[in-house]
Design a protein. Sequence first.
Length: 400
Amino acid sequence: MKKIISIVFILFVLNCRNNEVAAAKQNILDPANPISYSLFKLSSDLIGSSSSSCSSCGAAVSSNQPNSLIGFSDRIIIPSESNSSTNPSVWVLSDGINFTKFTVKIGDCVGAFSSTSSTVCVPRLVGYENGMYAVYGQKVTNSSGQQTIAAEYYGTGSNLNTINLTTTSPGGNANINSTFLYSAGKFHFYGCANNQCALYTTSDGSSWIASVGFSCELIYLADNGSPTCGLSRYFNGSTWVNAGTISGGANSSYSALYIDNIYRAWRNNSGTLSIFNSTSGTITTGITFPGSANSTVSMNGVTNSPSQLAKTSVGVYLMVTSFFSNNVSTFIWLRSSDGNTWTSYNPSIPTDLGTLSNLFGYAALGSSFYTVAQFKSGTNFNNYLLKSSDGLNWTRVTLP
């Protein structure tokens, strides 16, 4: 049965570039991602967070442009989507120098496009672990302004060119900013359907377990190696259970990540971002944060929180969030040289590409940051890969 998409934005800003899409809704959970979206993987942990654009959302973005960015400890993965008979591309960077282009067949999906309707084949979430890829894909149709997930697919394999995706039915849909993780042979993603959100888990794509009753802004690996949602739940190998008690100035509603053997938690409190660090405790026994934030940053009126935190191998940290209002995106860029003191800044971004309108994931690999950025030029939107060694100055990277 076809499923109508419930477009739920997970704080990584990053509004499906339908400014455009009348059906776009603010995230009812008001969390980060995630998406994501990034949901989004960061350079030092096997986490996955995807935040993506989509031609299927109605934006005037050409087929097979980069539409999300997923970071892992040893690689960057950049999916696209296709509204033609050509299979969507996925680019992988594993050596820090050259991207390799793969094409992924999304089950029986064949893309098509006309002035009144489209069929889009999407490798929505692409996970990686120990030489194996896991792909959750979708066939998305768009007709008369109605966007529908017509089919879902899942498969694993060591080669993206030959990976076999078969029909699956998790029970909820990953959206363009869903946070996810592929770890210990299990694939987890946070999705929504019929006004209910859940965390869906599978080992083979033939059956899924839905865990309801909590929101999941960002999935990461905790101190014990367990998949963990924020500071509230962790996966014990068979089910999602409550984390230990969180005490101090932060609490279980904060976005969080375990990086550098430190729990880092953050939340936007009425326009001020508070960031806490802790080395005290574990996700199972409980974590104690200091009573006062390690750093506070004015967000200049933006009330969204960053969806993720990225760090390069040379010790530069980056967080980004934005706010979309009256067809204008306002971005807040945050940077730290030690992970403790954060400041906001205005980066140098290529101006010849148009006006920056969105970011679809950011991550670090080695000494560089990467992001997929969308630019508006006239009535057209185009996505490009950008790279920076310091988070301050960004340049375009041409994909093969």
